[in-house]
Design a protein around this ligand. Structure first.
Ligand SMILES: NC(=O)c1ccc[n+]([C@@H]2O[C@H](COP(=O)([O-])OP(=O)(O)OC[C@H]3O[C@@H](n4cnc5c(N)ncnc54)[C@H](OP(=O)(O)O)[C@@H]3O)[C@@H](O)[C@H]2O)c1
Length: 373
């Protein structure tokens, strides 16, 4: 099939638009930085079908008019190309390794562009957490206080409020924290987390597209391994958000010093997170069920399931499914969450935040059902 004509155009000379103030059928100009990676590719796939988005630029290092199909073969039909330069856009999504976005964001934000960063550079509120967890000094600590943690189910109003702010930065959560926090949030709000162990699994795409010896087929296939045992970075945002949900640390003593153990499993997409919680007080299965049903009532992307959930149930969709049970014998609550790491765990959630920020229907561009079998 002939390659479709290139569809992205440079808009470097275009004045900042007011598109962010317009809802309905507004066409919002969007650019993606880090378009060559897995998350970048998923952003292209979803945003190409978004009714209110015009993709005006895809950026990748050292590229010049590179057809997107030469980088992401499955996206070749879109006809986009990838360039080294970043055009003016109303909104920019950044899908870069940690540290890279923090270096670019001040300049992009100064143009009035709204930013959704999918890496960790704007998730943590305390600048001191960056050297501690990520090994770099944050180059723009003054921006952290106003950046919003982009988990809409917990921070919808704050994301909405960014619409009128001079600088708008959303730090979209990691895939493990998204899945784990959605499974735990109702418990944390009620001050029920007395002690917490999180056992989580990820598919291999969670580690990105960059080739690494430990991610080759022979290393990963037919094998499961735990990693990050000396303190996985995602622990920081899990503790930050659980702490905030409880109001004060004393209400959820198990929400600090969380024992978080991630595992790599031979699967392409998906996060499966099981939290084992010793509750601060007795609670029945019926109470748990109504607590979760009430907490997620009206949420467009969270299903509270009565039976055990699986990653296959959410594949390719922005849906998170949670299942909670009280184990009377052990006295522990088991709160299980599943997501597709590249959709609700990354690109889909970032678009959900973008929709809220621009006053669009929250589900715009995100209504596809999961893919099965
Ligand atoms: N994968 C997931 O499931 C997932 C989920 C949630 C969040 N995230 C986060 O999203 C971000 C991207 O993840 P990914 O899985 O898409 O990774 P990836 O597949 O490895 O892609 C990384 C992208 O960043 C670019 N890049 C690498 N180093 C760079 C640098 N120093 N300066 C500028 N660009 C650079 C790469 O472009 P080149 O082509 O130039 O190398 C590529 O486009 C990471 O922060 C990750 O933690 C990932």
């Amino acid at each position: 099939m002939a390659q479709a004509p290139a569809r992205t155009r440079a808009h470097t000379d275009v004045e900042p638009s007011k598109a962010r103030l317009v809802g309905g059928n507004a066409q919002i100009r969007v650019a993606i930085v880090g378009a060559t990676g897995y998350v970048g590719g998923e952003l292209i796939r979803l945003l190409d079908r978004h009714p209110n988005v015009q993709i005006v630029g895809l950026q990748g290092r050292g590229r010049d008019e590179a057809p997107v199909g030469s980088i992401h073969a499955h996206l070749g039909r879109t006809g986009y190309h990838v360039d080294a330069s970043l055009p003016y856009a109303d909104a920019v999504f950044l899908a870069l390794p940690h540290g890279a976005a923090a270096a670019m964001v001040p300049e992009i934000a100064a143009r009035g562009t709204r930013i959704v960063d999918l890496g960790p550079d704007f998730r943590l509120h305390d600048a001191a957490d960056y050297p501690r967890w990520y090994g770099f000094e944050h180059p723009a600590p003054e921006l952290l206080a106003d950046a919003v943690y982009g988990l809409p189910e917990l921070h919808r109003a704050e994301i909405q409020a960014l619409a009128d702010a001079s600088t708008a930065i959303v730090g979209a959560p990691g895939c493990f924290p998204t899945t784990t926090l959605l499974a735990l949030a109702p418990l944390a709000r009620e001050g029920l987390i007395g002690d917490l162990v999180v056992d989580a699994k990820t598919g291999v795409s969670g580690a990105g597209r960059e080739p690494k010896p430990e991610l080759t087929f022979s290393e990963v296939n037919e094998s499961v391994k735990a990693y990050g045992l000396d303190g996985h970075r995602h622990t920081a945002e899990i503790e930050q958000e659980l702490g905030a949900l409880g109001g004060s640390p004393e209400r959820n003593p198990g929400a600090q010093g969380v024992d978080f153990v991630p595992h790599l499993i031979p699967m392409t997409r998906g996060i499966f997170s099981t939290s084992h919680v010793r509750p601060t007080r007795g609670i029945t299965q019926a109470e748990l069920r109504s607590l979760y049903r009430d907490f997620y009532a009206g949420e467009p992307f969270v299903d509270v399931a009565d039976s055990p959930v699986s990653t296959g149930q959410v594949l390719g969709s922005n849906v998170a499914r949670v299942h909670v049970t009280m184990d009377e014998r052990s006295g522990r609550i088991r709160a299980i969450g599943v997501t597709d790491n590249l959709v609700k765990g990354a690109a889909g959630q970032a678009i959900q935040c973008f929709n809220i920020l621009f006053g669009l229907p929250e589900t715009a561009g995100l209504e596809q059902l999961p893919l099965a079998p």
